[in-house]
Design a protein around this ligand. Structure first.
Ligand code: HEC
Ligand code: HEC
Length: 326
């Protein structure tokens, strides 16, 4: 009796001594910074360092099984229809990023950032947008390029980076269409409004109802929509970047999340194909050599470099002369 009591009373001390030595201290008792303090805050958006790619996003859409609820073309009714152009015209890319990265707790909508790289989430965003709003085909891009060159480049620059010849006479400077932070924070309706009606008190003219006689173009609603998508092409790519990986071998470089085994090896859509909708049979397997010839879609590259006067604004035909500066 007496003995056992004594042993019991000694035990805690023994345990204490032992813990001073080699017993690992449970993590929860350490002074390490709490996990929830070190992880990035939920609404912290990391913008991509290059244009996200629509065809690359098609792969993610497939692999994440988005089609199981939304259908391959986004037309399946999941209370929202992703292939509805009106629905998509009101969505800012950055809001879609947040939704698709972290999901929606209230509706239990899946978020994919836990399985996917940041870039893949952006690819998914631009692909999902393309279900509702088709990007311009290569042919349409080529047709709009001279019109952009004649009417926009004088301020926005041929490459859309806001450095046209007139730029430094304007305050604020014309928008740089390659600024992801700015343009992913715009829905298409806003861009439409600003191109159609201009921006008051700023240099951005209104185009709706005007005409470019030389290029035989009337700036009606349909054409302004085209211009919106042309501007989008400066920060959204319609070219695949993972063709080489996906097409060459049957081993996809992207981590497959265990869904469509064989489908994930399917190569990205051929450059320029806008019909991101067709599900299975895509016969146009781009051969390895067939890398996109124009990686810089948006540019309209060396199109008539904006020396012509834009509609409306008068022609201060100032050559790029740096001496006259500020
Ligand atoms: C389990 C079914 C289901 C799956 C899987 C699913 N969705 Fe959804 N999705 C829904 C439902 C239901 C809604 C409407 C409710 C909501 O907004 O959460 C929705 C809404 C959306 C919206 C509109 C959000 C908004 O701003 O209103 C987008 C975009 C979207 N889904 C894209 C995707 C993509 C991309 C995937 C694949 C990663 C995906 N969904 C997977 C069911 C699903
Ligand atoms: C005379 C100069 C000029 C011309 C010509 C011009 N813009 Fe602009 N544009 C501007 C300025 C200035 C801004 C505003 C910059 C700012 O708000 O920071 C702007 C802004 C924009 C924006 C950004 C709107 C937003 O919501 O952020 C778009 C899109 C745009 N222009 C498209 C076009 C297109 C397309 C054309 C040709 C059809 C064109 N612009 C012609 C000067 C011009």
């Amino acid at each position: 009796m007496k003995l056992s009591v004594r042993i019991l009373s000694v035990l805690p001390i023994a345990a204490l001594l032992a813990s001073c030595g080699q017993t690992p201290v449970p993590v929860s008792n350490t002074n390490m910074v709490k996990e929830n303090l070190t992880e990035a805050p939920k609404d912290f958006v990391v913008f991509p360092d290059d244009k996200p790619s629509i065809p690359d996003g098609a792969q993610v859409y497939k692999q994440q099984n988005c089609a199981s609820c939304h259908g391959a073309d986004g037309g399946q009714d999941a209370t929202v229809k992703l292939n509805d152009p009106r629905f998509m015209a009101r969505k800012k890319p950055v809001d879609m990023y947040k939704f698709l990265a972290w999901g929606n707790k209230e509706t239990n909508h899946p978020g994919v950032l836990k399985d996917r790289s940041n870039r893949e989430v952006w690819n998914l965003v631009v692909y999902t947008r393309s279900l509702g709003t088709k990007p311009l085909t290569d042919k349409e891009m080529e047709a709009v390029a001279p019109v952009f060159g004649a009417n926009c480049a004088i301020c926005h620059g041929t490459k859309g980076d806001g450095d046209g010849p007139l730029a430094r006479n304007l305050e604020p400077w014309p928008a740089n269409f390659q600024t992801f932070r700015r343009f992913y924070d715009r829905d298409d309706d806003t861009l439409f409004d600003h191109i159609a009606n201009g921006i008051k008190w700023e240099g951005m003219p209104n185009f709706l109802g005007k005409e470019d006689k030389r290029n035989k173009v009337k700036f009606d609603h349909a054409y302004i929509h085209k211009l919106v998508q042309y501007v989008r092409a400066f920060h959204i790519s319609n070219q695949p970047t993972i063709v080489a990986n996906a097409g060459a071998a049957s081993a996809p470089a992207t981590p497959s999340t265990g869904t469509g085994t064989s489908t994930s090896a399917e190569p990205a859509k051929a450059p320029g194909t806008t019909t991101a909708t067709s599900t299975g049979s895509s016969p146009e397997t781009p051969s390895a050599g067939e890398t996109p010839s124009t990686p810089d879609t948006g540019a309209g590259a060396d199109q008539s470099n904006g020396v012509k006067s834009p509609t409306g604004s008068e022609q201060s035909q100032e050559p790029k002369d740096h001496s006259a500066g500020q």
